[in-house]
Design a protein around this ligand. Sequence first.
Ligand code: ATP
Ligand code: MG
Length: 758
Amino acid sequence: MQNLLHNLNPEQLAAVTLPPQSALILAGAGSGKTRVLTTRIAWLIQTGQISPNGVLAVTFTNKSAKEMLTRLSAMLPINTRGMWIGTFHGLCNRLLRAHHRDAGLPQTFQILDSGDQLSFIKRLLKANNIDDEKYPAKNLMYFINSAKDQGLRAAAVDAYDDFNRKMVALYDLYDLQCQREGVVDFAELLLRTYELLSRNQPLREHYQSRFKHILIDEFQDTNDLQYKWLKLMAGTHAAVFAVGDDDQSIYAFRGANVGNMSAFEREFQVENLIKLEQNYRSHGHILDTANALIEHNSKRLGKNLRTDAGHGEPVRIFEASSDIQEAQWITEEAKNLIRDGSLRSEIAILYRSNAQSRVIEHALFTAGLPYRVYGGQRFFERAEIKHAIAYLQLMDNPHNDSAFLRVVNFPTRGIGARSIEQLQDAARQYNISLYAAVPYVAGKAGSSLASFVKLIEAARFETQNLPLPEMVQVVLDLSTLITHYQNEKEGADRIENLEQLVSAATLFVSEEGFGHDAPALTGPTSRPASSLIANDQGIEIIDADAALPTVMSPLSAFLSHASLEAGDNQAQAGQDALQLMTVHAAKGLEFDSVFIGGLEEGLFPHENSSQEESGVEEERRLMYVAITRARKRLYMTFSQTRMLHGQTRYNLRSRFFDEMPDASLKWLSPKVQPTWFGRTKSAWDDAPESGANQIAQGFSKTQTGSAWRIGENVSHAKFGEGVIVNIEGSGTNARAHINFGKFGMKLLDLGIAKLERM
Ligand code: ATP
Ligand code: MG
């Protein structure tokens, strides 16, 4: 039997082997919280205190759930497939699939990701003639999601004025429409499960007695509903093992409530509060930087981190003149690291906002470095993939109106806005889905619509006994999506992505273990109408594990996967690639080398948060998360200018630099206030911090008359039109890097080259 415990320090050992009572492990980044949690699961199983199916473990991302399962199978000779380890959303999806009737959902309910949800709401507003200036779709979406995150249905929301009453009414309408179409949003997955278990005593008691141990990672970022869900699942008997770090609470904007930690301590009568103070991840300079920074926050539970790893390399800071130069510098450094033997996947490039990734991606692409982007424009969010998925969704659940509208006329088949309007009228009149309303539309519109329905029915028929990947291939052919993109100028990429969808399905089938004899597409099953059956002994529960194989077709499972695990299949599996992601997405992960880009006032800390102290504290925690991802090398960069949302912005470097210890930092450029061509330094040094941004912008305007600016469009007699990318030196020594498009990048002496402003 493998000794699971020999690699643990005394505090970790104590935590892993706690008696079966609720416990809170409160500890800083890299102190082994996740490792302790995983080892505890293994230890509980190995010592026979629980069987693998008695464990419920909640992770923050799908990626960490997978990692946990891999680690467990390395520690124990058991098959971890099917263990209840996953995200809140993933676990709820599993429960709702199995008990869909009790939850009041159709067997093939489908999940709206946030993009789908927004278009769904826009459609809802339009269909009900609601003024979307007064009730913007995004606001309504936020309103609905935050109500759900608090566990509130429309009827329970307090509406204190006319505007709110209208929002509540729209929330109600939204829920009705979702129900009619058989779709659920992310928050609904949780709320529905919560309601199901609160209402249904036998089911609740069944799962309460099944899951004797509940373990939850990243506890600081649970929201109110997740906490309530947890209490319900735990009942009075389960031992809940929560691990978290208040300094890494970074999801307040999504309703996360760090107060859940103290509530947990109180309500679960936690006697075992363990702190871990030894950091195993980062070298000394990196850790000192993180510790010094987070000390500037006032509301902390207080804990320290130390390391035995030695100082290691200093944290390197680079000031770029433009975001393009920043990206090029990062690319060059990454290349050096790889040349020195680093794996590409051990290098992460982190940024505060998704918009920053484009320039970096471009630089990496030009340099021929493979990379993988997590989050952002994910594989399953790409338009062409959404189209293909919509066909599959309609085959699985034809009443999904969003899917219907997405592809009813894509590729174009002569179904115009007028026909859709007629169809929507009919659907409204009979209170049925668009698909079901097709027979009620007469004339030419009716027959075009009917042929679309025939197409879907044909696809269902032709694929009913096919394994999933072949099914996807048939749908790509029948839908004529591939042919459509073949005729499009930039369709090659899209076709490649569509082909990737077949590979994604293949991978999914092999990972999830759906054999070829898996249940056919859909259709009546022999399941009873409820997961509860009365028998001689009383009530018997059909557990999710027993029910799932009969209710979840490979297609349904794949479609849930597409909504829940967007992003996971983006780069080719197994390819060693640089890792690009937002700081939010990097939580819990670690890499040998980490770059954090865009450390500028307004970007990091973000301008939306920098007005209030609590906002800045959240940004600081985010920065703490970013820093503590690094094991050996950390680089921070900022840029004097940046193109964001189509505008060139002139920013000051982030205030966070002044909160980090000089002894741990190495400035690769002299530490001065940002400068650019033609500017006198003193005017800046006196600028008050909060107003600096505006002054910077004002300043650049006054300079445009006399000096060249980065970002400016110029024209040159020989090279034609170009854009100034970087300026070096000043006065008569000034030289500029100018991108002349087809002539490429040129370095010109500004005093000599006869440039003209455009
Ligand atoms: P975060 O707060 O970022 O989620 P964490 O507290 O969950 O971090 P882990 O990811 O569990 O920390 O551990 C950080 C690293 O330290 C991992 O590589 C882990 O394997 C290693 N580690 C943890 N404990 C020990 C130990 N006792 N001996 C050696 N390495 C350890
Ligand atoms: Mg962790």
